[in-house]
Design a binder for this molecule. Structure first.
Ligand SMILES: [Zn+2]
Ligand SMILES: [Zn+2]
Length: 277
């Protein structure tokens, strides 16, 4: 989960997202609209009898906000451990890694220390093409080696390059999340070539000055980051409530980066591998 605003629990119930599946929460920064849902979420996890550790990646000050609330509500210890992982707000850092994914944090430019996050899927081994196994009678003992990049030598000594024998069904994908931030070229390197970029676009160009003053972005800013970073697709959100209709923000973004979509509540976005690396 990235950030945890006030309505998080309600929305999770509405869209049937399991509480027990949330094991890692990445908090960009400590403004209320990004953390007010945390204590409610933790309380629900206590009620549900959670046992697994809950990992929170955030500015370390979050403990000053959360711990007193937890102590006030639960005099005894809660049945699971909350593990806090402090973020580095000066440079990019690897903050999490498992068999499937690596997560990086990188500094953004907001009124208080803020990080964006990049999720990189690890490449999976390709599959062997069944017809090729048949055609060249590839023995089982050779198959793993070919998946890992080796060529196949037939009994009569012909070398069949592995590229002819495999199909990559699961290309590794990447996703980056940038909120809240004002336009700043310093984090372009951290989102370069991601398949999907979520970037805040609080304002339209009519409020460019206000965007800079409040350390937020316009749709055009978000699109300029997407364009300069060469990302596959851009999703924008975090629209100011002053815009009854955010079409204007979307249109301004699409002028700079056509493959832009505006996010709405409940949207499910499939991350597709579009960038070849
Ligand atoms: Zn903020
Ligand atoms: Zn915000």
């Amino acid at each position: 989960m990235i950030d945890c605003g006030e309505g998080t629990q309600t929305q999770m119930r509405k869209y049937n997202i399991s509480f027990s599946k949330i094991n890692h929460i990445f908090i960009t920064h400590l403004h209320g609209d990004h953390i007010f849902g945390l204590i409610g979420l933790i309380s629900t996890m206590v009620l549900l009898g959670r046992k697994n550790d809950l990992h929170i990646f955030s500015a370390s000050e979050i403990q000053k906000y959360l711990n007193p609330q937890i102590q006030f509500l639960y005099a005894e210890v809660i049945p699971f451990r909350i593990v806090f992982h402090p973020l580095n707000f000066r440079k990019e850092q690897t903050i999490y890694e498992d068999k499937k994914v690596t997560v990086f944090s990188f500094p953004l430019s907001h009124r208080i220390p803020t990080c964006g996050f990049r999720f990189e899927e690890k490449p999976k081994l390709p599959n062997l093409i069944p017809e090729k196994i048949e055609e060249y009678q590839i023995p089982i003992r050779d198959r793993q080696r070919i998946k890992e990049g080796g060529d196949f030598v037939t009994e009569d000594g012909r070398i069949i390059p592995h590229t002819e024998l495999i199909i990559n069904k699961h290309p590794a994908r990447s996703f980056a999340f940038c909120s809240d931030t004002r336009f700043d070229e310093s984090y372009i390197a951290s989102v370069r070539n991601v398949d999907l970029l979520y970037h805040e676009a609080t304002f339209a160009e009519d409020n460019q000055k206000l965007a800079t003053e409040t350390y937020h972005s316009t749709g055009k800013d978000a699109a300029t980051i997407a364009k300069n970073a060469g990302v596959g697709k851009l999703i924008i959100g975090h629209f100011s409530s002053r815009y009854k209709d955010h079409t204007i923000i979307l249109k301004e973004a699409q002028c700079v980066f056509p493959n832009t979509e505006a996010i709405s509540e409940g949207d499910v976005i499939q991350i597709e591998r579009v960038i070849s690396r």
